[in-house]
Design a protein around this ligand. Sequence first.
Ligand code: ATP
Ligand code: MG
Length: 427
Amino acid sequence: VDGGGVRAAIVTVGNELLFGETVDTNAAWIGRELVQRGIPVVRRYTVGDVDEDIAEAVDLARGAAELVVVTGGLGPTPDDRTKPALAAHLGLPLIADATARRDVEARFRAAGMNGVPPLSSGQYEVPEGARVLRNPKGTAPGLLLESEGGWIAMFPGVPRELKAIFSLDFASALDELMGAATAIHHRVIHTTGIFETKLAEALEPVIGALPAAVRGGVDLAYLPDLLGVDLRLSIRGSSAKEADDRFDAWSEGVAEVLDPWRFDAPSGDLAEAVVLELRRHGAKLAVAESCTGGWVGTRITAVPGSSEVFQGGIIAYANEAKVRFVGVSSEALERDGAVSERVAIELAKGVAERFGTEAGIGVTGVAGPGGGSDEKPVGTVWIGVCLDGETRAFLHRYPGDRGDVRARAAQTALALLYRRLRGRPQD
Ligand code: ATP
Ligand code: MG
């Protein structure tokens, strides 16, 4: 059994159980029900109808288990001690519960009685904060209390009432309790442009220096692929809101390391992040691609809604195409070669001018396997990014085969534009 860490202890209350007049079938039944639901039962206590004994048994049970199930002694007669004894022990006043009151009144009305007999009015009083578990077979409702991070459930002793309450309201409450204890919350932070090992080297000392309250309980996994490294944060056993707050604090604590590399996109696709940023910026984009052969444009246009921000592109593969359709100068091609800073800049700038866009991307490189030289080995790529009339180009060298180089170059082109749009320092 694995209740996600939730264990149970059972307390049955009643002199008749101790004296052997009644066999404790409730404890056996509850044990089976809980274990079936993946909650191991680790203790069982039986006590008489004595306030101190009930309180003591519940304390022992709470020490051993997160969930304490109590049966017996919930009735209306003075020998039914469980509710007042535990309310007093936990320091909770007994207050009338409206729902329980309606149920109790309805039961007496159905039995042909006018009003609730004085002795039975206590039936709808519950310890403050207790959740009422409806009893379709009797007047004493079950009760569920949260206390010191654990739960105490109380049921009447009558076996058929216990079973009815258990299946009507308690089973679903149990699912909630187990859910709270076992829930795992995740947040993924996407990064691109930095190797997993470099990221870990930069990140781990900063994480180590975070306050324990921020760092503790947050598990971090590095999930690298060709295009970047996702960081998956996990928190177990807290509410979604708590987990969110912790994730926020964690992210803030490591922002200095992550900000240059991170991007935000619900889909995890950098192209989506670029489209969102372009929209925020009110800018449109055009691309001139050589070695990526349209890959940047393909990725952008794969994002729904990209038509708002994407004007188009030119696959300027041959030198003549670069000159004729994007306006790259023959002189630059001759002097610096097609794979050069100047050509990357002229591609980005030229395509933005031709399409009338605020943003332009130019990519030119050696994807391989042939075409490399000592000066420009396979994997050498120049990427130009133009935004609002200012153009810069960046040199990258990628490992891998032709497909890897092209995929990485397209990713970097998107990353460079993204960072420009975010106003972040660039490499
Ligand atoms: P009621 O409202 O009926 O008084 P209660 O919560 O006060 O419910 P008890 O008075 O303790 O329950 O017991 C009611 C009946 O249920 C008794 O006949 C008793 O023998 C039976 N009973 C109580 N506890 C158990 C148990 N653990 N196993 C089996 N039967 C039980
Ligand atoms: Mg009783």
